[in-house]
Design a binder for this molecule. Structure first.
Ligand code: ADP
Length: 397
């Protein structure tokens, strides 16, 4: 039996069909530029990749291509569950949920909290239910893992009614990844997750840090939206909340324009003077002496180390640091510079191990006697597939 994992964005769908028992991915791929003339689906299987154009295609068109491919391969009948990544579950979802009318309504109620993501997730779920009507559909939320944060952590010091009437609080994101790498780190350390206090850093285009105590999130750097916290590819992370009005007055920008600039033109892109948001390219430019690139990388590292050190307060005792995401898994430079700043927590780098933990299986990158630091490759598809299968077992057991 196999689990189909779907991650529906506003104009794209990432998908993967996993056989959890055999530990293999049968098929994966990406539908892009949905709704546009150049819309296409890229499929990958057995080491090969190929494209299929679906001009002006919708989610339904992309799923039709996927379903046809599954049937061609005789895999269609094996699909027993579809796991959907859903960005915002608000306070309603502390756990994944088998999708029914009530669950769809609750996801819809969270649209104001994630106006770009949740509508896309909903449209994707509805199209997938129509294409794969015989199987169970499960929603796995980015926010659910962080619902265990205590109130002193998740409340903002704003008027009480903003929280009670509008849900203004910190939610946190990347929960699936933080949960997965925490579990994986415990396995690698050979210790029960229940006993461990971990600081996990998910560093991709979006980036966040979490404090994970006994497998439960007790703090994270993202908040009401995925804009808070670390410096990211194009997102600012923390800024002074007075900045919006300041820029509105100084530059005549609307609230929407300021928010767009903070989401799309800030972060590494902003600090590098517009050079780019890609860490690998910025590291190369920094090595060649580009001042903006140097500043962007150094500021990224500083804010990351500061957030990670702050998580020690949430945990009391820190047992290990965990790096993941495209940057965490591949940038030996960022990890080295971050650990150097985290000497304050008792972390010391093993430069050789750090250099080796690139594009590989990850592993320990700290020196003997140091606070352990590890690289763990995240696998959100696998985590969603496992979660969906667990929900199904819970329901059918
Ligand atoms: P997303 O959040 O979109 O899933 P990823 O987790 O793939 O993104 O992370 C993308 C980031 O990882 C980019 O900034 C990219 O430059 C960075 N990255 C990937 N490989 C390397 C590398 N070898 N060295 C430095 N950065 C890298």
């Amino acid at each position: 039996m196999a689990t189909l994992v779907l991650n529906c964005g506003s104009s794209s769908v990432k998908f993967a069909l996993l056989d959890l028992a055999a530990g293999i991915t049968h098929l994966s791929g990406l539908a892009e530029r949905l709704g546009a003339a150049e819309a296409s689906v890229t499929l990958r299987a057995g080491g090969e990749a190929w494209d299929q154009p679906i001009p002006g295609g919708s989610y339904a068109d992309a799923f039709a291509v996927l379903a046809a491919e599954l049937d061609t391969r005789g895999l269609g009948k094996d699909v027993e569950a579809v796991g959907h990544r859903v960005v915002h579950g608000g306070e309603h979802f502390q756990a994944p949920a088998l999708i029914d009318g009530e669950v769809l309504a609750a996801i819809r109620a969270c649209v104001p909290l994630a106006p770009l993501h949740n509508p896309a997730n909903l449209a994707g779920i509805e199209a997938a239910q129509a294409t794969f009507p015989q199987v169970a559909h499960v929603a796995v939320f980015d926010t659910a893992f962080h619902q265990t944060m205590p109130e002193v952590v998740y409340r903002y010091a704003v008027p009480d009614a903003w929280y009670t009437q509008h849900g203004v609080r910190r939610y946190g994101f990347h929960g699936t990844s933080h949960a997965y790498v925490a579990e994986e780190a415990a396995r690698r350390l050979g210790r029960p997750l229940a006993e461990l206090n971990l600081i996990t850093a998910h560093l991709g285009n979006g980036a966040s840090v979490a404090a994970v105590q006994g497998g439960r999130s007790v703090d994270t750097s993202m908040g009401l939206t995925p804009l808070e916290g670390l410096i990211m590819g194009t997102r600012s992370g923390d800024v002074d909340p007075g900045l919006h009005e300041f820029m509105a007055r100084q530059a005549g920008l609307s609230l929407t324009q300021v928010t767009a600039a903070l989401n799309q033109a800030s972060g590494l892109r902003g600090l590098s003077g517009g050079l780019g948001s890609d860490m690998r390219e910025l590291e190369q430019a920094a090595a060649q002496g580009h001042a903006g690139a140097r500043l962007a990388v150094a500021a990224f590292v500083y804010r990351l180390a500061k957030q990670m050190a702050g998580m020690a307060v949430a945990l009391g005792r820190v047992d290990a640091l965990v790096f993941t995401g495209g940057i965490g898994e591949n940038s030996a430079t960022v990890r080295a510079a971050t650990l150097e700043r985290l000497g304050v927590l008792g972390a010391r780098l093993d430069p050789q191990a750090n250099a080796l933990a690139v594009r590989g299986q990850g592993g320990l990158i700290s020196a003997p006697g140091s606070l352990p630091a590890l690289v763990v490759n995240t696998n959100e598809e696998l985590a969603i597939a496992r979660t969906a299968a667990q929900v199904l077992q819970g329901v059918t057991a």
